[in-house]
Write a protein that binds this ligand. Structure first.
Ligand code: HDE
Length: 712
């Protein structure tokens, strides 16, 4: 987490955007034509009691503008949050790529990032179990590069042709538009259980990765294998990674469900607040490089987007860092109107023939045309490159530029050939040459047929508490399906990944794992044998475990931005609390008093302390840890309010750290928590550092087995 910096962020992009921002301070209200207005409360009427006159141009302008405020939401990734920042390179990787942002260590490349969920509508809650979008727009000196990735390193499907089917299956069902922002329903599992290529991404969604603690605590991946091209024209395959400096952390499903009610903007607010507080989110940028000659060396196909390259086989080289240091000025203008296109690349980066990537290269421009309404969407301030653009494209809705001159074609002589082409040496983009000599076929490579090995590798690589979460998630999701045939097909499939996992889920559903399934999977009913020829292969074990897949192997060294609830009332004891507060804040945590009422409370030393939230307005799930100061008067007041008991029980159930000082311990005795003295993340009158270390561990997962009996 970058150091607090109150100076105003500046970059070529932020300065460019400043030219388009409007400041209303000390200004008159005017019409769009600049006419000063002196009444915006009353329409123009014939007499005080009406009727309203058609002549009222002020009313018409105000109302028509309002009537047209909405634009179509994104068909996927509708719910999102954005922020500005910059990318810095640690050292040049010119041996792999000639891209300026990866060779010039002096540059600070401006970025705009949009995080999102996939399935829900624009107003859906943040803690849906879902993939998260992680889209980064790099405003480079050679043009804009968009790395439109997710927080999981693989995708559900192998061919763009299946994307509408996947999305139709997970979105609310078309007859009743239920459920919102949830995959736990029949149509999704009908599809998943018939299309086993989805299993790898699906098991990631069932894991804790599907419910992140924060956008700031999740990884990002470019997913597809891309190409790097160096100055000599040599190509290397590359996968892109973002690694959060704060580590990868998640909430539990019980918390996710409750957070959605307590604060449906939890992730949006968390990102906004961290940036406003100057605690800038950071990710390191990493690459996995595979030389061209190694293309066929692996047990999986590099062009198959449902496969990752295990970091045990190809380590991630960290080459740079991204810092987000500025919130948008206006949500609609920036976060909503930003348009990402995987086709936006710069010299030094190129595509592969991954059939999913190839389809995406079409889809994103197409969708922006209907969403933003015009081929001129690149002129919207957030989408404008920081370098000039000149071409012969003209006109269209909302053209905001005034292209000069007599010609709008190429080649021309009347404008002396301008705009003219750029040679490669001048930065002109050329595609990497690749020989393709093939039959035109509608088919899929047999090398894409292994659907079980990597989900199994993922599951094997998880810690036991992570595996339990996966089993619970499958049980919950399938428990929401109404069709037993779908549940059984899923059980058979999960059994191909891991028999113990399938057994647990079957127990939870009260069903048996079928020995075989009636309808073959992955077969299109009525299709020719040719279409149906590749069935998923049996699971292989080419690697025992890949440590990078487990959140148990992430970073646990910081409590920066962690939210600490201080449960206190008038008369709380300052002596013990003061060093705790100081130590927590020095370590970057946010300490918030949760009192029986709003306003202020007075400690035993007669000082007033601002209350961050009255207990009735907040919930335990919004905090990372609890601190209960001593002071008989304070503790007695808290004991009278039942919600404090619920608050503490929930924090304990969610395996969070709890510290009590002096009489504060009485509050623990009044909860369902037993044996807390043996718990490694519950502290009575301990040193602040012990509490801090436990918060940095994120959760005491060892407690998991014992908390299921707590009835909250
Ligand atoms: Fe997207 N995806 N996608 N997707 N995607 C969109 O574009 C699409 C895929 C991703 O914050 C849409 O502007 C197809 C993979 C993100 O604005 C649309 C296929 C990955 C975002 C679209 C995929 C992504 C989108 C909807 C299969 C990770 C949000 C609105 C061939 C590598 C960007 C829009 C933002 C958005 C199509 C698969 C990530 C419809 C056809 C794989 C992060 O164009």
């Amino acid at each position: 987490m970058a150091k607090k910096n109150k100076s105003k962020p500046s970059s070529k992009k932020i300065d460019q955007l400043a030219d388009s921002t409007k400041d209303f301070t000390d200004k008159n209200l005017t019409t769009n034509q600049g006419l000063k207005v002196n009444d915006t409360n009353n329409s123009l009427k014939a007499g005080e009691r009406g009727a309203t006159l058609l002549e009222d141009f002020l009313l018409r302008e105000k109302i028509t503008s309002f009537d047209h405020e909405r634009i179509p939401e994104r068909i996927v990734h509708a719910r999102g949050s954005g922020a500005h920042g910059y990318f810095e390179l640690y050292e040049s990787i010119e041996k792999y790529t000639k891209a300026g942002l990866f060779t010039d260590t002096q540059r600070k490349t401006p970025v705009f990032v949009r995080f999102s969920t996939v399935a829900g509508s624009k107003g859906s809650p943040d803690l849906a179990r879902d993939v998260r979008g992680f889209a980064v727009k790099f405003y480079t000196e050679e043009g804009t590069w968009d790395l439109v990735g997710n927080n999981m390193p693989i995708f559900f499907i192998q061919d763009a042709m299946k994307f509408p089917d996947l999305i139709h299956s997970v979105k609310p069902e078309p007859n009743n538009e239920i459920p919102q922002a949830a995959s736990a329903h029949d149509t999704f599992y009908d599809f998943v259980s018939r299309a086993t290529e989805t299993l790898h991404n699906h098991i990631w969604v069932m894991s804790d990765r599907g419910i992140p603690r924060s956008y700031r605590m999740m990884e990002g991946f470019g997913i597809h294998t891309f190409r790097f091209i160096n100055a000599a024209g040599k190509s290397h395959f590359v996968k892109f990674h973002w690694k959060p400096v704060l580590g990868v952390h998640s909430v539990t499903w019980d918390e996710a469900v409750k957070i959605n009610g307590a604060d449906s903007d939890f992730h949006r607010r968390d990102l906004w607040d961290a940036i406003e507080a100057g605690q800038f989110p950071e990710w390191e940028f990493g690459i996995q490089i595979v030389p061209e000659e190694d293309e066929h060396k692996y047990d999986f196909d590099l062009l198959d987007p449902t496969k990752l390259i295990p970091e045990e086989l190809v380590p991630v080289e960290i080459i740079g860092k991204m810092t987000l240091n500025k919130n948008p000025e206006n949500f609609f203008a920036e976060t909503e109107q930003v348009a990402f296109l995987p086709g936006h690349i710069v010299p030094g980066i190129d595509f592969t023939n991954d059939p999913l990537l190839q389809g995406r290269l079409f889809s994103y421009r197409d969708t922006q045309l209907s969403r933003l309404g015009s081929p001129n969407f690149h002129q919207i301030p957030i989408n404008r490159p920081v370098v000039p653009s000149h071409n012969n494209q003209r006109d269209g809705h909302m053209q905001t530029e005034i292209p000069k001159g007599q010609t709008a074609y190429f080649p021309n002589s009347l404008s002396m050939g301008c705009p003219h082409l750029a040679k490669m040496a001048e930065g002109g983009f050329t595609h990497h040459e690749e020989r393709i000599d093939a039959h035109k076929i509608r088919s899929r490579s047999e090398s894409f047929s292994d659907h079980f090995s990597q989900p199994a590798l993922f599951y094997r690589s998880l810690a036991s508490w992570e595996q339990e979460h996966v089993a619970d998630a499958y049980t919950f999701e399938l428990g929401k399906c109404n069709h037993q045939a779908i549940q059984e097909r899923m059980l058979w499939i999960i059994n191909q990944i891991d028999e113990k996992l399938a057994g647990k889920v079957a127990d939870g559903l009260g069903l048996k794992i079928p020995k075989d399934i009636e309808q073959p999977i992955n077969q299109a009913i009525g299709a020719d044998a040719e279409v149906n020829k590749f069935q998923p292969q049996a699971k292989k074990e080419y690697l025992k475990k890949d440590a990078a897949l487990s959140q148990a192997k992430t970073k646990f060294d910081s409590i920066a931005t962690r939210q600490i609830a201080v449960l206190a009332a008038d008369g709380f004891e300052m002596k013990g609390f003061k060093p705790y507060k100081k130590a927590l804040e020095e370590a970057g945590a946010i300490v918030k008093i949760v009192a029986p009422h709003g306003g202020k409370i007075t400690c035993d030393q007669g000082m007033d302390h601002l209350v961050a939230a009255a207990i009735m307005t907040t919930e335990s799930v919004l905090f990372d840890a609890i601190l209960i100061p001593g002071g008989e008067q304070s503790v007695q007041s808290l004991l009278k309010v039942g919600k404090y008991g619920k608050f503490i029980n929930e924090a304990f159930k969610h395996c969070k750290a709890i510290a009590v000082l002096g009489a504060g311990e009485d509050l623990l005795k009044n909860t369902w928590i037993q044996d807390y003295k043996k718990d490694k993340a519950v502290f009575a009158d301990a040193k602040p550092q012990e509490f801090i270390d436990a918060i940095a561990q994120h959760r005491n997962w060892e407690r998991m087995g014992q908390v299921s009996s707590i009835p909250v």
